[in-house]
Design a protein around this ligand. Structure first.
Ligand code: SF4
Ligand code: SF4
Length: 74
């Protein structure tokens, strides 16, 4: 199975906790504001993500989810 990493932009308050704990330095704070007036986090380097879920565990607002997705068949 493959995994999909998703940030719910409008739940994120841009605290940066997830950015600090990511072992692969995948996440950065966006320069675009969300509907709550915060700068949300996004995956700046998604190709480096190992789906370890540390960011999901760390986020106090449960703004990040990792879900299993079916492998694309070629
Ligand atoms: S799942 Fe792991 S590697 Fe991917 S962004 Fe979160 S902390 Fe970083
Ligand atoms: S820990 Fe959660 S609220 Fe804080 S920047 Fe990361 S996703 Fe946003």
């Amino acid at each position: 199975m493959a995994y999909k990493h998703k940030v719910e932009d409008d739940r994120c308050k841009g605290c940066g906790l997830c950015v600090a704990v990511c072992p692969k330095n995948v996440l950065e704070i966006s320069e675009d504001i969300n509907t709550k007036g915060y700068f949300p986090v996004y995956q700046a380097r998604p190709e480096d993500c190992i789906h370890c879920a540390i960011c999901c565990t760390m986020c106090p607002d449960v703004a990040i989810t990792i879900t299993e997705i079916a492998e694309e068949t070629v």
